[in-house]
Write a protein that binds this ligand. Structure first.
Ligand code: ADP
Length: 481
């Protein structure tokens, strides 16, 4: 790949039990050009089993290290990620399509989890509780759960990996990752830096290949204690069912259908700015992207006009080009979905205010689009578009919009803009979501617990709570004192 300062970061082998293995077979393509940027092994059940068993062997010695030793190794991994930021971002942009500036931002975000959990490793504290007996004491330990299997998506090829691996490794677990096959090269580069940082053989493996058989091993092998998944609700449900036979803990970050509400009393310019980041970041391909923009009647026209003007400033193109803010969508299938939702909405009376179709650049490029006059009976109100389409819904009252916002099986992120302090608390508490951005379109940080309710998932990633999925609570009753 042209432009890498360390070409050895582009790796075409999987990393299983500390060995770089497999033949480069499956093409990884640049969604902006269709060019092949690398090839990775097409591994299956056998390699997944080998990786899980290596993780199982690596578990006891890794868990037995002092917290401070694990912390120091994670800290080195963090420093190597930061030092190789530009190369990692370039690899990401080439395989994923997002603009280089966003890819660099994601590497910083990915690194922040490793930094945070390197620190947190030293503070995975237990409790001593008041006892029910004079001759006994109650101690509560938080011990590493064991082998963790992680399955990650293509929209955040680095951060979704570190957000799982860093807390798991900090707690003393070992991890096997299956990255999305659209974006395995970022995952392999991260694994190489982990190896350099001193994460022992087997403690972190990356298995590329066929999702189904690998997923079956992850969810059925008795050594795996935690399955941590980020991706579609459909696959999340499947993994949860598959994990039932061996009662694994399942952490799920699934789809969303984020409402973004603009009340009459909002700072409209701030709301437009928030809507732009929330909607068009990563070309609309994030599970926390605004999917439905509800605007109160009194400010609807003014908001629509300002949003259309802001969208006109977006620049569509290859992510590696200067000034580009919108890359291609990940696959032709993603474009088909956006087109289908647009066609449904316009057939039912919605109006295209800007954009509205495939971009002149061809391929999977799509015009940043704003749709006006969208209603609850249109498919886009129920389905996650995962593309650069902002549907505007007009509403009258606070009670009405809370009902609309909650009328979905999803519950990941919600946003609203308001200044009235009573409204801020009322609406913030009434929204059935795991995360609510109030006067902000961007909520993600390693310092806060990320996760959803309802069919958007279970468990939290980031913050002190981010280690909870990876520790078991053990109670010791020490009697006869
Ligand atoms: P998306 O539609 O965003 O690609 P998916 O849920 O299909 O979302 O993909 C997220 C991750 O889940 C990817 O790593 C993908 O390979 C993996 N995956 C897809 N199907 C399965 C499956 N049957 N078992 C295990 N993993 C799967």
């Amino acid at each position: 790949m042209d432009g890498l300062s360390d070409p050895t970061l582009l790796i075409e082998r999987a990393y299983v039990g500390g060995a770089w293995t497999g033949e480069p077979e499956v093409e990884v393509t640049d969604p902006a050009t269709g060019e092949v940027v690398g090839r990775v092994p097409n591994l299956g059940a056998e390699a997944a089993t080998a990786a899980v068993e290596a993780a199982s062997r690596a578990f006891k010695p890794w868990a037995a290290k002092l917290a401070k030793e694990r912390s120091a190794i994670l800290r080195r991994w963090y420093e190597l990620i930061v030092a190789n930021r530009d190369d990692l971002a370039l690899i990401m942009t080439r395989e994923q399509g997002k603009p280089l500036a966003e890819a660099k931002g994601e590497i910083d975000y990915a690194a922040s989890f490793v930094e945070f959990f390197a620190e947190e490793a030293k503070r995975i504290n237990g409790d001593t509780l008041p006892s029910h007996r004079a001759d006994a004491r109650i101690l509560v330990l938080r011990q590493p759960a064991g082998v963790v299997a992680a399955i990650t998506p293509w929209n955040f090829p680095a951060a979704m990996i570190t957000r799982k691996c860093a807390p798991a490794l900090a707690a003393g677990c070992t991890v096997v990752v299956k990255p999305a096959m659209e974006t395995p090269l970022t995952a392999l580069a991260l694994a190489k830096l982990a190896e350099q940082a001193g994460i022992p053989a087997g403690a972190l493996s990356v298995v590329t290949g066929d999702a189904k058989p690998i997923g079956e091993v992850f969810t059925s092998h008795p050594a795996v204690r935690v399955v941590s998944f980020t991706g579609s609700t459909e696959v999340g449900k499947l993994l949860m069912r598959q994990s039932a036979s061996t009662v694994k803990r399942v952490a799920l970050e699934l789809g969303g259908n984020a409402p973004f509400i603009v009340f009459d009393d909002a700072d409209l310019d701030a709301a437009v700015e928030g809507a732009m980041v929330s909607k068009y970041r990563n070309m609309g391909q994030t599970c926390v992207c605004a999917n439905r923009i509800y605007v109160q009647a009194g400010v609807y026209d003014a908001f629509a006009e300002k949003l259309v003007a802001a969208v006109a400033k977006l620049k569509v193109g290859r992510g590696v080009e200067d000034g580009v803010t919108q890359g291609p969508l990940i696959t032709p299938k993603a474009v088909d979905k956006v087109e289908r939702l647009l066609a449904d909405a316009t057939a039912k009376g919605a109006k295209v205010l800007t954009g509205g179709g495939r971009h002149a650049l061809g391929g999977t490029f799509f015009e940043p689009t704003v749709l006006g006059g969208v209603r609850q009976d249109m498919a886009i109100a129920r389905e996650e578009a995962f593309g650069p389409v902002a549907p505007l819904f007009r509403f009258e009252t606070e009670a009405e919009v809370i009902d609309y916002a909650n009328a979905t099986e999803y519950g990941l992120a919600a946003y609203f803009y308001a200044r009235d302090v009573g409204r801020i608390f009322r609406v913030g508490e009434a929204l059935e979501y795991g995360m609510v951005g109030i006067n902000s379109g961007l909520i993600s940080t390693e310092l806060a617990p990320f996760g959803g309710v309802k069919e958007s998932g279970q468990g939290r990633e980031g913050s002190q709570r981010g280690v909870d999925e990876f520790v078991d609570i053990k109670y010791l009753l020490v009697a006869g004192l």
